[in-house]
Design a protein around this ligand. Sequence first.
Ligand code: NAD
Length: 260
Amino acid sequence: MKLKNKVCIVTGAARGIGEGIAKRYVEEGARVVIADLKLEVAQETAEKLSVMGPGTAMGVAMDVTNEQAVNDGVARVAKEWGGIDVLVSNAGIQIVHKIEDFPFADWKKLLSIHLDGAFLTSKACIPHMYERKAGSIIFMGSVHSKEASPLKSAYVTAKHGLLGLARVISKEGAEHGVRANVICPGFVKTPLVEKQIPEQAKELGISEKEVVNKIMLGETVDKEFTTIEDVAEVALLFASFPTNALTGQSLVVSHGWFME
Ligand code: NAD
């Protein structure tokens, strides 16, 4: 098992990609924290994953934009499970508007969840990782960390920003054995994406089928969605990689939508 007894915090893990990463980590023997907005939902996911084993999971209520909630949650995990080995900052939302119509409040909300969330969780976990002289921090980026699309000014800005934060952490963390990397998935069919299909169809004046076939999958090599399992496999690679050789990097997993 690649993560036996490792303590891994995954934010936004009650559902979607975060849940898939948590499941993959539990399969590899990890102790996984399902950190999400609502305690009951986080606990429900944690119980489901613990039954599957061989690792275990616990639910923690955490709004990643709230410094106190992040600090309290991380401190509780470190106390109960003796430290922190892996952080996956995954919690995120999507809001689409043309830039001239983008409400400032929505801009701030999106940036706060993606960027403040990554900063606050990293800041809280890093001292525990430095103490152990080891740790892996993983940010959930996107093809939109590298590429732009209309209507997504806030999302594209936030996802590009995560690359910079990961690079700084990898430079500061190296002497303490802490690595930082970014996963950049293409479109994955989760509630976040299901919600965008009718919204984009309306904004762009095209059919939902055209949104899927042209906008979401038009540039892929095989017209396939990326899966939660694909993303979880990359998250396992970054979490379990044994040395500082793999740090400050971003890996695109998108059926060839974006090639570099
Ligand atoms: P999702 O909507 O299915 O799940 C997001 C989870 O984050 C939910 O459980 C939600 O409760 C939680 N969350 C939202 N705000 C939070 C907050 N303030 N604090 C804590 N938790 C919060 O979304 P998903 O598709 O699984 O996306 C997960 C991540 O992957 C996001 O960062 C997203 O930008 C990124 N991503 C998704 C896709 C895709 O196509 N689905 C592609 C590339 C990147």
